[in-house]
Design a protein around this ligand. Structure first.
Ligand SMILES: C[S@@+](CC[C@H](N)C(=O)[O-])C[C@H]1O[C@@H](n2cnc3c(N)ncnc32)[C@H](O)[C@@H]1O
Length: 236
């Protein structure tokens, strides 16, 4: 079999280009092709803009559209055709970097592509990135967990009863994807007495970053997709 190019899944962190790892920068500078994922609604790719300072002048950039689906089964054909496009590039012996926001293995579109490519005989290297919730903890100066504390990470798109159960048990909670049902999430946090000490950060590390401390007063805000809440049971 002829040798194929290598496929890199690269985490570019949440926004600040200074938060890319040295390994991520080396790989970005070395590849022939960059895959920049984007959703149908948006013109550009946030991940690409974060990585832009490190791109080679002659690198080929390919935008791949991924739908905002709840799970792969909803729309597998788009993922499969993106996978096939990547395989063709690898067959041309080119190295490819698939950029991903935050960490690639953490609630990421990359996971679907990674699983599909793992079924083929392809050399895959995944390079971790700083996940948004950890960058946010440092940004707002709030430790995420210490001692025996239990941390929960909750996609706000999950079942609300399940979210209630988890909030009951965890000391600190990170709520991701809060843009769709923010008002419901604020109500739920108020019921757990966890709203007053919550912090919401939108577009952490990007030029239009926003930090909100009084989330109950912002229940009706239209949030950006890149919004995360960190809260805890008590502040000691
Ligand atoms: C599909 S997940 C991607 C998570 C990403 N892989 C990570 O490691 O953080 C998208 C969610 O991540 C969070 N997120 C990603 N980037 C962010 C940023 N710059 N600021 C705030 N939240 C962010 C938001 O909760 C958003 O709804």
């Amino acid at each position: 079999m002829t040798k194929l190019g290598t496929f890199y899944g690269i985490g570019v962190g949440p926004g600040d280009p200074d938060l890319l790892t040295v390994k991520a920068i080396k790989a970005i500078k070395n590849v022939d092709v960059i895959i920049a994922p984007k959703t149908e609604k948006k013109d550009g790719s946030v991940a690409l803009e974060i990585a832009r300072p490190y791109l080679k002048a002659d690198v080929e950039i390919i935008y791949q559209v991924f739908p905002m689906v709840k799970d792969f089964a909803e729309s597998p054909e788009i993922f499969i055709s993106n996978k096939e496009e990547i395989i063709k590039i690898l067959q041309a012996k080119k190295n490819v970097a698939f950029l991903t926001l935050g960490d690639p293995m953490f609630y990421s579109t990359y996971i679907y592509i990674f699983k599909l490519l793992s079924e083929e005989k392809i050399n895959i290297e995944t390079i971790p990135g700083v996940p948004a919730f950890l960058a946010i903890a440092s940004r707002i100066g709030q430790p995420i967990a210490f001692g025996n504390e239990i941390l929960s990470i909750i996609p706000a798109t999950a079942d609300l009863n399940k979210i209630d159960e988890i909030l009951d048990k965890a000391d600190t909670s990170v709520l991701m994807k809060v843009y769709k049902n923010f008002d419901q999430i604020v109500d739920t946090l108020e019921n757990h007495n966890m709203a007053w000490q919550a912090k919401l950060v939108s577009r952490c590390g990007l030029p239009d970053e926003k930090i909100i401390s009084d989330i109950s007063d912002h229940k009706d805000d239209q949030l950006n997709y890149l919004s995360t809440i960190i809260t805890r049971k008590s502040i000691d």
